[in-house]
Design a protein around this ligand. Sequence first.
Ligand code: PLP
Length: 382
Amino acid sequence: MKLFDVYPLNDITIVKAEGAKVWDDKGNEYLDLYGGHAVISIGHTHPHYVQRLETQLHQVGFYSNSIKIPVQQQLAEKLGVVSGKKDYQLFLCNSGAEANENALKLASFHTGRKKIVAFSKSFHGRTSLAVAATDNPAIVAPVNQTDNVVFLPFNDVTALHGYFSEHGKQVAAVIVEGIQGVGGIREASIDFLQAIRSLCNDYGAVYIADSVQCGYGRTGIFYSHDYSGTEADIYSMAKGMGNGFPIGAISIAPQLQPKFGMLGTTFGGNHLACAAALAVLEVMEKDDLMANAAEVGNYLIEQLKGFTGITEVRGRGLMIGIELPAELSEVKKNLLFKHRIFTGEAKPNVIRLLPALNITKAHADRFLEALAAELKSVPVSA
Ligand code: PLP
């Protein structure tokens, strides 16, 4: 059987990985500044992570959700502490799309309403029903078309007020990324997030902070939405949560009360996924990785702002977008094949950096030197 063609593939086979480095089957070493779309949060094959997963595997790998699973409780407690939301409740699932589906479902149960407000260029996962909430024509199947999702312009407070004054009483939820990832690393403004919070309060709608890509400490605080001084009703998360082990979740504010049967999942919260997620949080806490993400991220952003040839540098911490002019469309490819550095992209020509939160300034310098060579820009040391 052939694999269904899903992604354009680079002809590289990775056979070994450690920290921020990976090696191919020919022995070439690469610097990984992408981590499979922000997934590798504490570095590849981190010893504590490997050991915790191995230990768990020798005990119980999987058992049904109808019994108590102590490692779930440990994860909930640790996440409450590290994220600073001890009074929230945790629902565990397997991916970002699933986390957002459940967030929207919960909002709809809570309000008894159907309408979802999302924003242009947002991406919330490849779901198949009304909860798709993305306006990218390349990935919206006909089955996604629904009257229940409205896309308003991102960061437009006036449009938001206008919509709520007409339809606010029908809105179940507003879903927004703190920093749009797929949409090109664009940060929601403080005013915009504050307007979402206050309109949701006024009209009884649920504020869902999609933290799947921008969350989990990547920007220097746990949830990047919280830079606005607001608290969301639901935070969805996935990518960095398991350092490569599939796991997703929503963190739910105390005013949203569960009822049996509202939410459910077969694999969500299985022992191995919880052990992986716990290991991530333990390393983040012990090694103060949010502070490192802020420090190395600020360093990268400041240095990049001094480069000539870049259209714009956007982002926060270790979620960085480098927009290049259209004629520099080969830079990402050259970074990979000439300089052996993995990066990501967003359309039209944005290089996306989403590395592990424990990369060092030396890793950052290796990237800056390679980029300077490609842009024929000022060397980093100048
Ligand atoms: N939400 C955001 C902001 C994302 O960036 C993504 C994936 O890129 C998702 C949701 C969907 O996550 P998953 O691919 O795990 O379903």
